[in-house]
Write a protein that binds this ligand. Structure first.
Ligand SMILES: [Mn+2]
Length: 682
């Protein structure tokens, strides 16, 4: 038998070892390189990672000089302002010159970058085929280079700080532009379209990993007469803070704007600043409204996931992966980002609150429901939300169209967030809010009213369409709160919408209310349940005296006055209700009896009803005639006869000044005071 060729074996082994090692090195290097999207010429990143990023993703960086030029152009119509602007621009130019000198090979025209991008993608996918990566593997999606570069930025509005124009001479124009737009447009022109933002995410979001493989995104932004620098800041922030391999396109749908600069000037800007095909404008031939325009944008989209955004937003760091991961896991999940507040007057960027679930009342006002205990335990995890706020969300294109998109019988705006939310939940999907995904939104301030593009009550028509198709017997609550409006509007043809519900075998609205919005009825009952007691509150120690506001407004102490003749229906200053919220309020008002100290002779104030019980919790024991304050039931309302003051002290049944009668008492309701009201459908 032939002896094995040891020399050959060793040689081969060494060769194999080396090639494996080399392969591992290459793949780990590639996967550990953070993608960079290189928004502005700020700071200098290591050459290697820059080249790798360019190879992997193409460079979609914005040439700041162009941004400056655009700004200058935009200012042709508007007067010049602030020195700070110039300082920032100079500094930016300087930085960009430095960087340009540093790595010349990145200075390629967009077309070439596109070619590079495709090549990069190919080599990347080849690598992935050679070493298949587990779909469930996670990675850190942060763009640390961009974040560090942003951290260095200084200037007006940078880091999302309060900005203001110092030039007194533009004040009048500032006001004019503000009232035209509902935000300080002139100030916006002075703030970089690539400005940095504060990273106000929960601290644990910074460490979170997301699936390595995430779907691609088409962002759909609809606009009507949007202010150019605000619109462009929205687009820049999206490109600057999205992994280029995920952001396939941004579709700007122009809903037949009047403003001239939204035509050629906008298109030139896009050509000069963004990679070919990355940002597209879809023009509608007539005013269509939010729903129609979004649908048109969605029809134009080509990526896996649709993200609908407003045209006056700024995306915060790493906003995209937390929105996409739930959809990667379940393609029937829709996900909303946390919406931060960009101040309309000074562009300050701040958090709205710590998050809440979405709901509605029975006039279809959007309302917020408290987070659940398990949501609070995991502050960085997406939590289920019954209803979306409406403006900003992600949904897979496939699921969106499976649901039939928006009901395009809904006109202009209004009700579409309910329609889509109900559909998503009832037809096999789910909806989340992702706390680690944050997008700032300019909530407009006072604005010149824009004439409605439609005559007639399209809003209630929309609501009626949603109610008729999706809400089953619960629609009657909406109608009962509509004061006859719904009887007068015609919902139009609903055949197609009802067919979708049948085809997809969607669940009932009762199921939605009991399983998803299970706490909505408690917080927003369709009707205010009857009062436990009402009328004048008469003292039994001195029966001529009743609790009275003494004509004072909120935030004042309550007092005692001569009782009205009619104790059941006294004058307003003595007409109290022990309401279903278990507070003592002026009838049909939001002024409540409020005790703020826990010591002796605690005064009773008239304060804004907070509805959270606590220091506004009252109970009436119709047997002992005590009015107890607080859930412990140890302190009671008392009239101090010597000073005629109304106070709270330790309960004492033998003290007749602590005993009271109400004009009207609902004994059955009081007997069940501790049982939460269950509303039954008739
Ligand atoms: Mn908006």
């Amino acid at each position: 038998m032939r002896r094995p060729n040891v020399k050959w074996l060793i040689k081969t082994a060494v060769l194999v070892l080396f090639s494996v090692l080399f392969f591992l090195l290459i793949t780990s290097w590639i996967s550990s390189t953070p993608y960079t999207n290189r928004p502005v010429h700020h700071g200098i990143e290591p050459e290697d990672s820059a080249r790798a990023a360019a190879l992997r993703s193409g460079d979609r960086r914005v040439k700041y000089e162009d941004a400056v030029r655009m700004k200058a152009q935009a200012q042709i119509d508007e007067p010049q302002h602030g020195k700070q602007d110039e300082i920032l621009d100079e500094q930016d130019m300087e930085d960009s010159a430095k960087e340009a000198a540093d790595d010349e090979q990145n200075q390629v025209e967009p077309e070439q970058f596109d070619a590079k991008l495709q090549k990069g993608d190919e080599s990347n996918s080849e690598l992935q085929m050679a070493a298949p990566i587990d779909d469930l593997q996670k990675r850190d999606w942060h763009d640390y280079t961009a974040m560090e570069r942003d951290a260095q930025r200084v200037g007006i509005g940078e880091q999302g700080k309060i900005a203001k124009l110092d030039d007194e001479s533009v004040r009048e124009n500032e006001q004019k532009v503000s009232i035209e737009n509902g935000f300080n447009g002139l100030l916006s022109d002075s703030i970089s379209v690539n400005r940095s933002l504060p990273d106000i995410r929960h601290i644990d979001c910074r460490k979170k990993l997301y699936l390595r493989k995430l779907p691609t995104v088409s962002v759909v932004i609809i606009f009507f007469d949007e202010y150019l620098s605000v619109l462009m800041r929205s687009v820049h922030s999206l490109i600057n803070r999205s992994p280029p391999e995920l952001l396939k396109e941004i579709i700007l749908v122009d809903d037949f704007s009047d403003r001239a600069y939204l035509n050629k000037e906008l298109e030139d800007y896009i050509v000069n600043h963004f990679a070919v095909g990355l940002v597209r404008v879809v023009r509608l031939p007539q005013r269509t409204g939010l729903i129609g325009a979004r649908s048109a944008g969605a029809r134009n989209a080509t990526a896996d996931v649709l993200i609908f955004l407003d045209s006056h937003v700024e995306a915060n760091y790493n906003w995209l992966p937390p929105l996409l991961e739930p959809i990667a896991i379940n393609k029937r999940a829709a996900v909303c980002p946390f919406i931060d507040v960009i101040d309309h007057s000074n562009f300050n960027y701040r958090a709205q609150d710590e998050g809440a679930r979405g709901g509605f009342d029975w006039q279809f006002f959007y309302k917020r429901l408290p987070l659940l205990p398990e949501d609070l335990k995991h502050p960085t995890e997406p939590f289920k939300s019954p209803v979306m706020a409406g403006g900003l969300f992600a949904i897979s294109a496939e699921f969106f169209w499976e649901l039939g998109g928006y009901d395009e019988g809904l006109d202009i705006w209004g009700g579409e967030q309910y329609e889509l939310s109900f559909k998503i939940w009832m037809c096999g999907g789910e909806m989340y809010d992702a706390p680690c995904s944050r997008v700032g939104h300019i909530y407009r301030g006072p604005r010149k009213s824009i004439p409605s593009p439609r005559k007639g009550d399209y809003l209630h028509k929309n609501y009626k369409r949603v109610a008729e198709v999706w809400m089953d017997e619960y629609k009657n609550y909406l109608y009962a709160n509509g004061e006859g409006i719904y009887e007068r509007v015609d919902a139009g043809d609903l055949t197609a919408q009802k067919a979708i519900r049948t085809k997809l075998k969607c669940k009932s609205f009762k199921w939605f209310m009991e399983n998803v919005a299970f706490d909505l009825m408690k917080s927003y009952p369709p009707f205010d349940p009857p009062d436990y007691a009402s009328g004048a509150i008469q003292n039994l120690g001195d029966q001529t005296k009743c609790v009275d506001t003494l004509g004072r407004s909120r935030h004042n102490r309550l007092g005692i006055y001569h009782c009205a003749d009619d104790l059941v229906r006294p004058q307003r200053s003595q007409y109290w209700s022990l309401s279903w919220k278990r507070d003592l309020r002026l009838r049909r008002k939001k002024d409540c009896m409020d005790v703020q100290i826990w010591g002796e002779n605690a005064p009773v104030w008239l304060w804004d009803c907070h509805g959270q019980q606590g220091n506004q919790y009252w109970y009436y024991d119709y047997q002992t005639k005590l009015i107890m304050h607080g859930k412990e039931g140890k302190r009671c309302m008392e009239l101090l006869p010597s000073t005629e003051e109304l106070v709270v002290n330790k309960c004492d049944v033998s003290n007749s000044y602590m005993r009271w009668s109400f004009g009207f008492v609902n004994k059955t309701a009081l007997d069940n005071f501790n049982i939460d009201l269950e509303l039954k459908l008739e």
